[in-house]
Structure formats: structure tokens, C-alpha cells
Design a protein around this ligand. Structure first.
Ligand SMILES: [Fe+2]
Ligand SMILES: [Fe+2]
Ligand SMILES: [Fe+2]
Length: 418
């Protein structure tokens, strides 16, 4: 069995919600833009399939804004670099085949209309859908949640109309004017979860190959890791380490791929944590440690929305739980920690201490095994798994290094994207 029935919409919503955890200024940005883009496409009577594609693309349109600064920059209309995160986002998503069309929409979502010249970029065709997302995005960033949405509409509209033809296609501006007459749309838009207000009948469950899910979640892992050069390769290392240990333990091929996916996602909740805390090389103070302790809680909550990921979620989110109950945040103990969760805990520590970071080199074999054995002695992690790791140390360490070297190459390519 190499296929998983999964709702791609649920997966992307999870990524979108994770992205919006980064800053309060961004709360719901992706959901809002997805909602409004969908309404514009519907108003213009685009074919249902295209409405759906525009919606999915808008749901993750800013995933290329990796650092917090970049994420805040997306709110600033005047920024010169505004195209950069759009191209980076497309680069990240490129390898996920089921979203090829959507990737192209994302690539050009900041291109000005320029009297129709915005339908081309350096000789390539630009989808009209990109312009839909562009307009929706610019409308959403103008909304001030502290004021009444309906009272703000005239001002927002006149700002948009001012840029008709230059920034925005006239067809889209006219569609927006039509939408502005319907109060419910704007009330939906500022609600807690605008996308829940849409009927999702057209978002049928897709049967995806497990390898497609591996590809998409590896994109997730890069969004988590590329925020900081300090941890840019961490999830990739944890994922392949956990998969290798799972293989040695005798997990089935499908379970091994699920372990890989869980590894890619284990630190998803770190998107909610301040970079200054993540990057602090010295000891964390109490406040900072409390912030860190929340990340696996968020990983769990985000993945909990994907029904098919029940097992993957427990393997991913319990990596800081300890056998003696002294881990966090759920304090799950002993036999209640499944073999998969125990493997992830070991893979996480192993990767964290063996990988090089800008401020220190990774540990040698002896020191690594010492640290792990001490944790076994203190009742934190599983001795059998650590034994297996010690017996296969070179093999596993090479697999980790190779995977991280490959991701390092991609990391540099993404940074160069223009
Ligand atoms: Fe953007
Ligand atoms: Fe945006
Ligand atoms: Fe973690």
C-alpha cells in the first residue's frame, strides 16, 4: 500500500496556519487572501477547477517569506524586494508535482498589471490568476482590524481604484467593486477562520502517492528550517535518521516513509517561536525556555487537523517527551510512548548534537554516544534504540550528512532566487 487518501486542502491549510503563527501582525493573512481570491474568481465565473487552484495557491502564497523580517515586509506595499519571496516560494514548491499550476500563480503574485504587460515576465506567460491573488493580497493588507470593516471599505476601494491599470487589472478592480456591495463577504473575511465560511464541496479528498506527501512535507521542512542558518538543515537530518532507525527496527516500507514525513514535520510548531530564541547559542533564560517548550504543542495542534496523520502526529509531536515523564509538553510516560515516538526522540537528539552549527562543530562519535547513554541512564530515552544507533553509527551518520549536504545546496539556491 503506497497510497494515502489525503485532503490536499487540509495539508495546505495546516501549512498556512503554521505560517501565520509567526507574527500577530500576520494573523490569518493567508486565510484572508485565500478567501478573497476565491470570491473574486467566483465573481468572474472562472471554471470551478481554476477557482480551486487560485484558492489553494493563495492559501500558501507567502511561504517564500522565510525570515520574520521578510514576513513583515510582505505587508509593506512599497518594498522593492516584494517579488523576492514570491519567487522563493515558487522555487520551494516546484518539486511538488500536484501543485505545478499553483506554483506558477505564486511566482508572480506581486507583479503589477502594467496595462496588461503584466501578463508576461521576462518572456514567460504570467497566469491571470497571479493578478487575482495580487489584488486580494493588497486589499487584505489594507484592513485595519481595530476598525469596523464596512466603514473602511470606501477608503480601501478608492486606494485600489487609484491603481487600476497600473497595479491591478481593470476587470479585477470591477469585480472587487461588485463584491464590496455584499456585506457578508467582508464580515466573513475578518472572522476567525474565513476559509471555513466557504463551501468546500469542490475540495474532494485526493488519493496521493505517499512519495508525493514526502515531497510536500519536505517543502514544509525547508520552510521551518530555512528561517535560520542555525537550524537550516535540522529537520532533513532528523527525518532521514528516524527513517533509518525505523528500518533497522523492522518497520514496514510504508511506515518508514511515514517516519520520514514525521521527521520533516516534527518542528513545525517552531514557526511560532521567535528567531532570537531559536538562534541563541548560550543558555536560555526561563522565559525563552518556556517559549521553546511550546513548539511541540503547536506541532501537535497543527497536525491534529489532518485526519490521516494521526500516527504521524504522535511520532512527530512527542519528540521531547521522555520515558520518565519529565519531557514536555504532554508528560507522556513509559509504555504510552510508542516505538515511533521513541525513535524520533533519539533521532532528534542525535541530529542536534552531531550536526554542525555556525557557532560550533558537531560532536564526535564518543561524545555523542556519551550524551545519549547518559540520557538512557537518567530514564529519558530508549536504551535499545540508542544501542542500535551506536552499532550502526557510521552508517546512520553518513546518511544524515548526505541528506543535509543536499539540502544545503537547495538552501543556497533558494537564497540566490531572484
Ligand atoms: Fe506576497
Ligand atoms: Fe501576502
Ligand atoms: Fe523540537
Amino acid at each position: 500500500m503506497d497510497k494515502i487518501r489525503i485532503n490536499l486542502y487540509e495539508l495546505l491549510l495546516c501549512l498556512s496556519n503554521a505560517q501565520d503563527l509567526v507574527s500577530h501582525d500576520l494573523s490569518n493573512h493567508h486565510q484572508q487572501v485565500a478567501y478573497l481570491s476565491f470570491r473574486l474568481a467566483e465573481q468572474l465565473r472562472f471554471p470551478t477547477n481554476q477557482q480551486k487552484s487560485i484558492f489553494l495557491a493563495a492559501l500558501v502564497h507567502d511561504i517564500g517569506a522565510l525570515s520574520v523580517d521578510e514576513k513583515l515586509e510582505i505587508i509593506d506595499t512599497e518594498s522593492l524586494n516584494i517579488n523576492n519571496h514570491a519567487f522563493k516560494g515558487a522555487k520551494l514548491l516546484e518539486k511538488f508535482k500536484p501543485l505545478q499550476e499553483e506554483t506558477n500563480y505564486i511566482r508572480y503574485h506581486h507583479l503589477p498589471w502594467n496595462n496588461g504587460e503584466g501578463l508576461k515576465y521576462k518572456g514567460n506567460d504570467v497566469p491571470f490568476a497571479s493578478h487575482v491573488i495580487h489584488l486580494a493580497d493588497r486589499v487584505c493588507v489594507k484592513i485595519d482590524l481595530s476598525k469596523n470593516i464596512l466603514s473602511q471599505l470606501p477608503e480601501i476601494l478608492s486606494a485600489i481604484i487609484k491603481d487600476k491599470n497600473t497595479l491591478f487589472s481593470p476587470i479585477l478592480v470591477d469585480a472587487l467593486i461588485e463584491l464590496s456591495k455584499k456585506e457578508y463577504i467582508w464580515l466573513d473575511l475578518i472572522s476567525n477562520s474565513p476559509v471555513d465560511k466557504l463551501s468546500k464541496d469542490s475540495f474532494e479528498v485526493l488519493v496521493l502517492e505517499i512519495d508525493d506527501i514526502v515531497d510536500l512535507t519536505s517543502v514544509f521542512s525547508q520552510i521551518i528550517d530555512f528561517r535560520s542558518e542555525f537550524t537550516a538543515l535540522h529537520s532533513a537530518g532528523v527525518a532521514v535518521t528516524a527513517r533509518k532507525i525505523a528500518e533497522l527496527v523492522g518497520f514496514s516500507p510504508l511506515e518508514c516513509k511515514m517516519m520520514l514525513i514525521a521527521g520533516y514535520l516534527h518542528d513545525l510548531g517552531k514557526l511560532a517561536i521567535d528567531n532570537d530564541v531559536l538562534e541563541k547559542p548560550s543558555k536560555l533564560n526561563d522565559d525563552e525556555f518556556n517559549e521553546i517548550r511550546s513548539h511541540t504543542y503547536y506541532t501537535y495542534q497543527l497536525l491534529d487537523n489532518i485526519k490521516e496523520f494521526k500516527t504521524i502526529n504522535t511520532w512527530a509531536s512527542f519528540h521531547h517527551e521522555r520515558l520518565d515523564g519529565n519531557g514536555y509538553p504532554f508528560h507522556i510516560k513509559g509504555d504510552n510512548l510508542s516505538l515511533g515516538s521513541r525513535i524520533m526522540a533519539v533521532a532528534d537528539v542525535f541530529t542536534a548534537i552531531t550536526e554542525n552549527r555556525p557557532y560550533r562543530n558537531g560532536m564526535t562519535y564518543e561524545s555523542t554516544i556519551d550524551v545519549l547513554n547518559n540520557m538512557v541512564k537518567n530514564g529519558g530515552i530508549d536504551g535499545k534504540i540508542v544501542g542500535l544507533l551506536a552499532d550502526n553509527f557510521n552508517d546512520i551518520n553518513d546518511i544524515r550528512k548526505d541528506a543535509q549536504a543536499k539540502v544545503f545546496e537547495q538552501y543556497n539556491k533558494i537564497l540566490e532566487t531572484k
